[in-house]
Design a protein around this ligand. Sequence first.
Ligand SMILES: [Zn+2]
Ligand SMILES: [Zn+2]
Ligand SMILES: [Zn+2]
Length: 150
Amino acid sequence: MANEGSSSAALGEREYELVLGLNESDSGWVEARTHCDHLLSALSVSDLSHIPPPYYPCTRCEHPTENWLCLSCKDVLCGRFINRHMLEHFQKTDHCLALSFSDLSVWCFKCDAYLDAQAILPLQPVYEIAHLLKFGESPPVRTLEEPPTA
Ligand SMILES: [Zn+2]
Ligand SMILES: [Zn+2]
Ligand SMILES: [Zn+2]
């Protein structure tokens, strides 16, 4: 009986580590940014009626899925785990904003981070169109809470 007491104390220590996330600091989910300095220069999708559908293949290699939509020129290009055509496109053209057709997340190559498309006003229209094209309905309205004081 006394032994049980000491082993549960050791377990408690381990749980504490897990709560702090000490074991997953490198691979964990990164929070999307709500601010990006490159929107003004890169976001030039004004005609939202000609956005390619989410099943559109990569315009370079015709890879059929998990492609990215360039938010500067509406080109559809594959990701860094396929043939990296979106990454190449950014390096050649400086078009740094891309919307993922697989989960509708927006990536900024210059921020090197995901952007919260629902929290960033200029991104909302294109996010809504992409959501409509992918799921056949508009995204659920999300009430924005006051950002925590950082
Ligand atoms: Zn950025
Ligand atoms: Zn490709
Ligand atoms: Zn582009």
